[in-house]
Design a protein around this ligand. Sequence first.
Ligand SMILES: Cc1ncc(COP(=O)(O)O)c(C=O)c1O
Length: 299
Amino acid sequence: MDHVTTHQAEEDARNEAILIWVNGTLKPRAEATVSVYDSGFMLGDGVWEGLRLYDGRWGFLDDHLDRLFEAAKAIDLDIGLDRQGVARALEETRTANGMETDAHARLMVTRGPKTRPFQHPALSRSGPTVVVIMEHSKPRIPRPIRLATVPHIRGLPMSQDPKLNSHSKLNCILACIAAEKAGADEALMLDIHGFVNTTNACNFFIVRKGEVWTSTGDYCMNGITRSKVIALCRENGIPVFEKNFSLVETYSADEAFLTGTFGAQTPVSHIDGRRIGTGEMGPLTTRIRSLYKDLVFRS
Ligand SMILES: Cc1ncc(COP(=O)(O)O)c(C=O)c1O
């Protein structure tokens, strides 16, 4: 079966020669390494953000910085940089790579190298590891995405809060593997009550009779694209609801789409083998995509 991921981009040979920001130094890709003692490698102990560059400007930079600092505070991690420092790291990476548009950054902060190979966070004594990888990136998804529901659910906030953009994404990865084994591209995950919640890497929306529905937001990543789509619907008179809904209402939706910084809005063609609408990008998804594109370039 032809396989597609929601984060598929055009091949770009320039990405072999990128410079990567590692703790303040720009390094060629092959030399951009961290220690095997790094808490990110050893334990997934860190937080990250994915950002995009449009026409020389970072899309929704303040929202990304808010979420990054909120997550770092939640895991009691001192980034060692203030907001301007993080923005400077992004800019230095951008300038070093001569990137202006259609570029994607992954900004990662871990608790840093540990003195011994064990879990306790106090063993990370030499400060955080901060890395910025920027790649030339033009999303190119050849067809709408197929989803499969999986047994892995979005958990309660008191275990590993699904709102944390943590390095460890094992729950989401297991969900993705299960979806792939079921012949789909990405996993549709339910919440603890069995309502439709989100996918393993993006937020999830359906369209029914001209209304846009998404989950209450209780168990999913507080996606920046998700919040922009909700706000755009409200500004443009498109009825939008954050509510509980089930698979029954999802299978019979007229349209379904995913949201995320990388792909903006990605249409969904099938869920658990049921075709959604025509199986192609629907009119309301198309309209929201265009409103979002305008917003990115005017904000
Ligand atoms: C699980 C999950 N859901 C949704 C998103 C999309 O969030 P955003 O729109 O802020 O990129 C992400 C991105 O980090 C994610 O990891």
